[in-house]
Design a binder for this molecule. Structure first.
Ligand code: ZN
Length: 244
């Protein structure tokens, strides 16, 4: 079975369309979205429509929750707050109802899917160290847990339930890694932050025994001009060029 996993679209429809086109060429059985469909970009309603049309499972992100009043923006930085205010004003009623219906975490096909962390997903913690990553392995039972939230593609491996390390390469062939479990951050479609501006997503192929990251190109200038038109902070516009 082939599952494409996308996350952190952030209302960037040009990036999402480019990613979906690339996914369709890979012919996965399903596409799963880990949330943050909205916030930062100019096309939240369009992104929700496309995710609804293409994904078999959709998880709630913190920006989605904030945009519909399920989460306070007190802990958001000033740029994110401005984006959430604009999003809340511009989301259509159906889109709001849809975001409110999304689950915080879900298991599907024996894999775990959550936006931030398996430990208390409603707290929106960031995994910033190997210790925090290791701690999280006790909160899922599956071999794979897929996350987003940091916008940084990274694979944390737990071997023999004790040794934790970060996988340096991009793709993993896991069939030889018998006693291993994996916490996989699939990166971000709409606002990558690993110094690579290209939208990122992942594909798990359980027949081939591999997980692969894919990067695609999109028309950044169009996305940026739309963001300028709705007066998004310049920092949010320019960061798309640098992937930070
Ligand atoms: Zn995000």
């Amino acid at each position: 079975m082939k599952i494409a996993v996308i996350s952190d679209i952030h209302a960037n429809i040009e990036a999402l369309e480019a990613v979906i086109a690339d996914i369709n060429r890979q012919k996965p059985d399903e596409i799963i979205c880990l949330g943050d469909i909205v916030g930062y970009g100019a096309n939240p309603n369009e992104c929700i429509d496309l995710v609804k049309k293409t994904c078999s499972l959709i998880i709630l992100g913190n920006h989605d929750a904030a945009a519909v009043g399920l989460l306070s923006t007190d802990h958001f930085n000033v740029h994110a707050k401005i984006a959430i205010d604009w999003t809340a004003e511009n989301l259509l009623p159906d889109a709001k109802t849809f975001l409110r219906s999304l689950p915080l975490r879900e298991n599907k096909h024996s894999h775990a899917f959550v936006h931030a962390t398996p430990y208390e997903p409603n707290m929106w913690y960031y995994i910033t160290s190997l210790e925090e990553a290791a701690f999280n392995f006790q909160f899922f039972e599956t071999v794979f847990c897929f996350v987003g939230h940091t916008h940084i593609p990274i694979i944390i491996v737990l071997e023999n339930e004790k040794e934790v390390y970060v996988h340096q390469g991009v793709d993993i062939h896991y069939t030889d890694m018998k006693q291993a479990r994996f916490l996989i951050n699939v990166g971000s479609v709409g606002q990558p932050r690993d110094r690579n501006p290209k939208p990122c997503y992942g594909i798990l192929d359980t027949d081939a025994g591999k997980f692969e990251y894919r990067r695609v190109s999109y028309d950044i200038a169009t996305t940026q001009s739309k963001m300028r038109k709705i007066k998004m902070p310049d920092f949010l516009v320019t960061r798309l060029n640098d992937g930070r």
